[in-house]
Write a protein that binds this ligand. Structure first.
Ligand code: SAH
Ligand code: SF4
Ligand code: F3S
Length: 439
């Protein structure tokens, strides 16, 4: 009897990677593989990796090392994703027990690569497809998220910010046709999902290869797919953020009240060195468009502190920008020098301790901003989509249209299922979540 084909897959990094893993799982299942929960149970061990910050590559090698003894038991290893693309065949030198190294642009070749693996081949690579026009079609996606259907609408990035690995790991920017995006949205709705999240490193840089729709048109059309009640999109780039996105949100109730618009820094000088190609004033103009919408649209952002040459004054300008915008959520990171990026030639002059201090000062200030923002919801009634439960606290966990976490009690004897909607009255607030009771 043939032994059963099994795989273990662990995912690091952004939502694009999480969704890529759904595609990898679906493709493997199509090839007759069954997913298992631990490395020990699996015949094939896969890591879908991220290299955005820190010593990401080292972490992957440590992880591989932890499990390399399993190779002797006949298990095969594969490294996927951004570290795979970045390090390429060097991975075989450092970890000779790895048999497969593939970046995300080559996943369409997975069936072929898996067949070669099964035939006993080693050192199989999928590394050469980053610069071609094709996108990965998704008919075998095995959706893992019980309440949110992801759709990649654009892959890669052509912006080349001076600190960032993504243009190298994910390759050139390429959009899917609006017809194929809408067909996938309808398939997701048929599966019973009511929430869709459109994904792209710069989701709003979308250019329909069929020339039928702008990004705002596509958002609106996805929001009109029967059965779809919530549409999110991430990540927007300020350079390509247009007024009609705000108009679409204002007119189509299915589009969520939330825009994630990474600013990175409040200093014009630092933004220039980052090659972001906008100034703080230009960014703030887009924020004004969003704030003058009829609906109250929640704002979130990403910030890098301690970029090479960032002075105390530059940092204060970032703090001033936070005070002006009053974000509901900020993802802040210490600058970390990455392989192959232009910023590597800039002297990483700010001591780690100073970076850590700036990060802490920023996060403390932002926490106070959020304390006030979240408290404003007390007494409101809002629609919450259920995501799961917190049995220890006897609470249901969900999310508002503004993307705020809402933990609430519910009088029903049976807990509502993930993906269902409840009306919740907000009774208390924390800087990162709201508390309420269902009505
Ligand atoms: N395409 C998106 C961001 C993708 S990466 C955009 O341009 O806005 C997610 C976040 O990681 C970035 O917004 C940035 O804040 C952070 N990041 C990227 N490279 C980094 C680096 N080298 N050091 C620290 N943070 C980094
Ligand atoms: Fe990286 Fe800049 Fe592209 Fe964002 S826009 S993925 S930060 S290069
Ligand atoms: Fe990481 Fe690659 Fe995403 S570097 S953040 S997994 S695009």
């Amino acid at each position: 009897m043939a032994t059963e084909k099994t795989f273990y897959l662990e995912t690091f990094g952004c939502q694009m990677n999480a969704h890529d893993s759904e595609k990898v799982i679906g493709t493997l299942q199509q090839q007759g593989y069954r997913q298992v929960e631990t490395e020990e149970e699996a015949g094939l061990i896969l890591y879908n990796t991220c290299s955005i910050r820190d010593k990401a590559e080292q972490k992957v090698f440590h992880r591989l090392n932890d499990y390399k003894a399993l190779h002797k038991a006949g298990k095969r290893f594969g490294v996927l994703g951004c570290v795979a693309q970045q390090e390429g065949e060097k991975i075989f030198e450092k970890a000779p027990f790895v048999s497969l190294v593939s970046g995300s642009a080559s996943y369409r070749k997975l069936p072929e690569m898996i067949a070669r693996l099964e035939a006993g081949e080693n050192r199989i690579t999928g590394l050469d497809d980053r610069q071609i026009e094709e996108t990965f079609e998704t008919e075998f996606t095995a959706r893992q998220n019980p309440y949110r259907g992801y759709i990649t609408i654009i892959e890669g990035c052509d912006k080349f910010c001076s600190y960032c690995v993504v243009p190298y790991t994910r390759g050139k920017e390429r959009s899917r046709t609006s017809s194929s995006v809408l067909a996938e949205a309808r398939r997701i709705a048929d599966l019973g999902y009511t929430e869709i999240q459109l994904l792209g490193q710069n989701v709003n840089s979308y250019r329909d290869p069929e020339g039928k729709m702008s990004f705002a048109d596509l958002l609106d059309s996805v929001g009109r797919v029967p059965g779809i009640r919530r549409v999110r999109f991430t990540t927007s780039h300020p350079r390509d953020f247009t007024c009609d996105i705000v108009q679409a949100i204002d007119t189509n109730p299915a589009l969520c009240d939330h825009v994630h618009l990474p600013v990175q820094s409040g200093s014009a000088r630092v933004l220039k060195r980052m090659a972001r190609e906008y100034t703080p004033d230009w960014y703030l103009e887009r924020i004004e468009w969003i704030k003058s919408a009829r609906r109250t649209i929640s704002l979130s952002t990403d910030i890098i502190v301690g970029f090479p040459g960032e002075t105390e004054d530059d940092f204060i300008q970032t703090m001033d920008l936070l005070a002006k915008v009053q974000y509901d959520c900020v993802f802040a990171f210490k600058y970390s020098a990455r392989p192959n990026t232009p910023a590597l030639v800039m002297i990483d002059s700010i001591p780690e301790k100073e970076k850590a201090t700036r990060l802490q000062v920023l996060l403390d200030r932002q926490r106070e901003i959020q304390r006030v923002n979240y408290a404003m919801h007390i007494g409101e009634q809002m629609e919450v989509m259920v995501e799961g439960q917190n049995p220890a606290r006897g609470q249901i966990a969900g999310r508002s249209s503004q993307n705020k976490a809402v933990n609430f009690t519910c009088a029903q004897p049976i807990a509502p299922a993930p993906g269902s909607y409840m009306q919740v009255k907000i009774t208390a607030a924390h800087p990162n979540s709201l508390v309420g009771e269902s009505i």
